[in-house]
Design a protein around this ligand. Structure first.
Ligand code: ZN
Length: 286
């Protein structure tokens, strides 16, 4: 059975149960752009096997960002070109081994596969934007600002009305804030809405969404960002350490307001307060 869904002319999505991940494939006359490579070489080989259903052309890969579930399958796709923002390759080089070890410790069921999946960062990197030529069509890659990470890239398929959002948009669960820049994320989603127009938006996890969904998620993230920004002066006056966890009473209030579990709210407010205090986004001291 063909596991892919064609959501526009030769634009395919494939959902996987693991992490409810959504992978994209854009087919041109000369090659197929594959959007993200999954969490391990084993998972990537399953994806490669599935890709026979969309065609037998050579592949190109885009990593939307450097989180393990989007990049650790990269090596299975070589020797093809792997594209990503400069920051994606840098994050993999600086933090990839630590992250892989941390995830392996948290997920013993795939630990061996994770540790057998080499770090293979994008070799075609860019800053800001790039265009990929697939033969008879192109895909525009754009960095729209910091959000889920400091290097998220979206892929726009002109004429097809599809935007691949990576984890800047998440369906089926709250967005993930572990490496996020919460104060910037709403503005970045505003740019994403401008770029998407009335088209379909493919999240990194979950079902395809529309602009109303993205606008709703923008509002939720903006609520948390605004809370962090507004409360930071009082927290500072009260001696709160911005590098420490967010006060739990704020987490409880915000989680109730949003209808989210406490975990993502705790992470969002922790990083939001740190950012409001000027403690995020500062280059590490050499
Ligand atoms: Zn992510």
């Amino acid at each position: 059975m063909n596991p892919w869904r064609e959501i526009a002319d030769r634009v395919f999505v494939r959902r996987f149960a693991f992490f409810d991940q959504t992978i994209g494939a854009v087919v041109g006359r000369e090659r197929v752009l594959v959007i993200d490579t999954r969490s391990t070489l084993v998972q990537a080989r399953e994806l490669l096997d599935d890709l026979r259903h969309v065609g037998r052309l050579p592949h190109g890969v885009l990593n939307t960002h450097a989180h393990f579930d989007h990049v650790l399958g990269n090596a299975a796709f070589r020797p093809c070109e792997i594209w990503g923002e400069d920051g994606c390759a840098r994050f993999m080089r600086d933090h990839g081994l630590d992250r892989r070890a941390r995830v392996a410790a948290q997920m013993p069921e795939i630990a061996a596969d994770l540790l057998a999946s080499p770090l293979d960062p994008p070799d075609h990197t860019f800053v800001g934007e790039a265009t990929l030529d697939l033969g008879d069509r192109r895909v525009d890659l754009r960095f729209l600002g910091r959000g889920h990470t400091d290097h998220d890239v979206v892929a726009l398929v002109p004429g097809a009305g599809v935007l691949f959002a990576g984890d800047l948009v998440e369906e089926g669960a709250p967005p993930s804030f572990g490496d996020a820049f919460p104060l910037d994320w709403p503005g970045t989603l505003g740019h994403l809405l401008d770029a998407a127009g009335e088209g379909q938006v493919v999240p990194g996890h979950g079902e395809i969404v529309d602009r109303d969904f993205v606008a709703g998620q923008l509002g939720e993230i903006a609520f948390l960002a605004e809370m962090a920004r507004r409360l930071w002066p009082d927290l500072r006056a009260a001696g709160h350490d911005p590098a420490g966890p967010a006060p739990e009473y704020l987490v409880t209030d915000a989680a109730r307001h949003l209808g989210w579990s406490a975990g993502p709210v705790r992470e969002a407010l922790g990083r939001g307060i740190a950012q409001a205090a000027g403690r995020l986004g500062v280059p590490p001291v050499p």
